[in-house]
Design a protein. Structure first.
Length: 186
């Protein structure tokens, strides 16, 4: 990595522009920078989730995802550069199939909650959905490869499934939405 991070405070962004990996300067509110920020925030929330006591297999999955998200941020910062492809999307699909196989089918909507780890997984899910929307907005203005957007879409699905897994690992179950509750009985 050399001296890439030898100077953190550069003051080059004080005027509202920031640099991309290819050297281009863009507005900090550009759709590309918004998408990069949403991916970074998703990764940061994963970092908080990783502070919890997690099953070792789930921890390994989340660490792999963190590395992928770092690569995805790098890909977004270097237009026309590819780091996330079909292989990473397929890996998420594999994890989804693996963890879904052990869960009971859903008959009702579930609420974000249960154990702290499951609730944090739901936060990652919703932030990943926001990141996906930012990538779709970027794709409306610039060419964006489909795999990164598909990756973030699958990631939010995986986080939903892992929230269910984490509730069970913590000794609980899903928090079900109650359709029949009346306003006075909450």
């Amino acid at each position: 990595m050399g001296n890439r991070l030898s100077k953190i405070v550069t003051r080059t962004g004080d005027g509202g522009k920031t640099g991309l990996g290819d050297g281009a300067r863009v507005d900090k509110f550009s759709p590309r920078i918004v998408a990069i920020g949403e991916i970074d925030e998703t990764n940061s929330h994963l970092g908080v989730l990783l502070c919890e006591d997690l099953p070792p297999d789930v921890r390994a999955v989340l660490l792999d995802v963190q590395h992928d998200l770092f690569d995805l941020g790098g890909e977004l910062s270097m237009p026309r550069h590819t780091l996330i492809g079909d292989a990473q999307v397929a890996r998420l699909d594999g994890w989804l199939a693996h963890y879904n196989a052990y869960l009971p089918p859903l008959k009702e909507f579930i609420l974000p909650g249960g154990t702290r780890a499951a609730a944090l997984a739901h936060v990652v899910r919703t932030v990943a959905r926001r990141a996906e929307r930012a990538m779709v907005a970027l794709g409306a203005e610039e060419t964006v490869a489909p795999a990164p957007r598909q990756y973030v879409n699958r990631l939010s699905d995986l986080m939903f499934v892992l929230a269910r897994v984490l509730n069970r690992a913590g000794g609980g179950t899903d928090v079900l939405w109650r359709r029949d509750r009346s306003e006075g009985n909450s």
